[in-house]
Design a protein around this ligand. Structure first.
Ligand code: ADP
Length: 319
């Protein structure tokens, strides 16, 4: 693993409003990284700055040790913009080969590279079609295929599965997982379950400020907007408190007290009577999950799901 992105005091001002406000963080290459935040939080602005499309008003952003937008990054990073546009007059294969030529591929290599990435996105059957003939999901896959050309080290995916049907969304998730060894993805999405499955770490933006950076499934670490990259990195340390999340098939009003009595448990948060987040000291009881299963069996309570850690939604939004 090596430092992939470093941002320090990154600020972007549009007119009177700050789209990004003194954002500092550092992330390593490796597992996909989630970028989460409400609409208007500054996610696309951060993507645009990292991709070199727009300059920051102040602050610094480096990728792989180079300032964003510098020529050293050509071919090493790529981006899927939210609304990628393609030439309606060219076939899919022609457009991607053309873009590969711009990246420095020879004529022959560009054709091979275009068909490689189209195959990755399961689009080999539409290479001779024009963009207008494709469905929304297919267009999105073409745009992702384009972002994968040249095997970049960092791919920025801005809402890659937004508006896609479940099968297309699943295909994109599978491709991201398959490529995660060679490429690090920074992915923005409102689908927290999707990010939870794909990503190892999350950056949470709100009103232009970085509010949290944390490992997924771990305890939340809040950020002030005057953090330094080092402080941000400290937020990724393993937590002292561990969590188990439990979902029952039906509501239960007495389980709460029984859970609190289990060894090592420090707090139990119950929502709607059938969802519990159990905070506990792993050192005190490393086999709490087994104790929990025994308790459920003895009490004849059936469950839908037990997971280690908190869901991303709970991590970010449970008070
Ligand atoms: P997100 O992607 O999280 O929805 P954006 O980065 O698109 O957020 O926007 C952050 C803020 O910056 C919003 O208030 C938005 O209106 C503003 N903004 C984004 N792009 C521009 C622009 N080109 N001109 C003016 N304001 C912009």
């Amino acid at each position: 693993m090596s430092v992939l992105i470093e941002c320090h005091g990154l600020t972007k001002v549009y007119g009177n409003s700050k789209a990004l406000d003194n954002v500092s963080f550092e992330v390593q290459s490796g597992q996909p990284i989630a970028l989460v935040g409400p609409n208007g939080a500054g996610k696309s602005t951060l993507f645009s700055i990292l991709a070199g499309y727009t300059p920051a008003t102040s602050g610094e952003a480096k990728i792989l040790g180079h300032n964003v937008g510098s020529p050293e990054l050509i071919g090493r990073i790529s981006a899927l913009p939210q609304d990628a546009l393609f030439d309606p007059n060219l076939t899919i294969s022609q457009q991607l080969s053309f873009l590969a030529r711009l990246q420095g591929f020879s004529r022959r290599e560009s054709i091979i590279e275009a068909s490689r990435v189209l195959e990755l996105m399961l689009l080999s059957n539409v290479t001779k079609d024009k963009i207008g003939a494709l469905s929304h999901g297919m267009k999105k896959r073409v745009a992702i295929a384009q972002a994968l050309m040249g095997q970049p080290e960092l791919v920025l995916l801005d809402e890659p599965t937004a508006g896609l049907d479940p099968a297309n969304a699943r295909n994109i998730r599978q491709q991201v997982m398959a490529l995660a060894g060679e490429t690090t993805f920074l992915i923005s999405s409102h689908n927290l379950e999707e990010l939870e499955r794909l990503c190892g770490e999350v950056l949470y933006l709100e009103q232009g400020e970085l509010k949290a950076q944390q490992l997924i499934g771990q305890q939340a670490t809040q950020h002030s907007n005057h953090n330094t990259p080092t402080q941000a990195k400290e937020g990724t340390h393993p937590p002292a408190i561990s969590y188990l999340s439990l979902r029952l098939t039906t509501k239960n009003s007495v389980l709460d007290a029984k859970l609190k009595a289990l060894k090592g448990v420090s707090a139990v948060d119950c929502q709607q009577g059938d969802e519990f987040v159990i905070a506990y000291d792993y050192q005190q009881n490393p086999i709490l999950d087994q104790h929990l299963l025994l308790l459920l069996a003895e009490s004849q309570i059936s469950y839908r799901q037990i997971t280690h850690g908190q869901s991303l939604e709970d991590q970010l939004f449970r008070k």
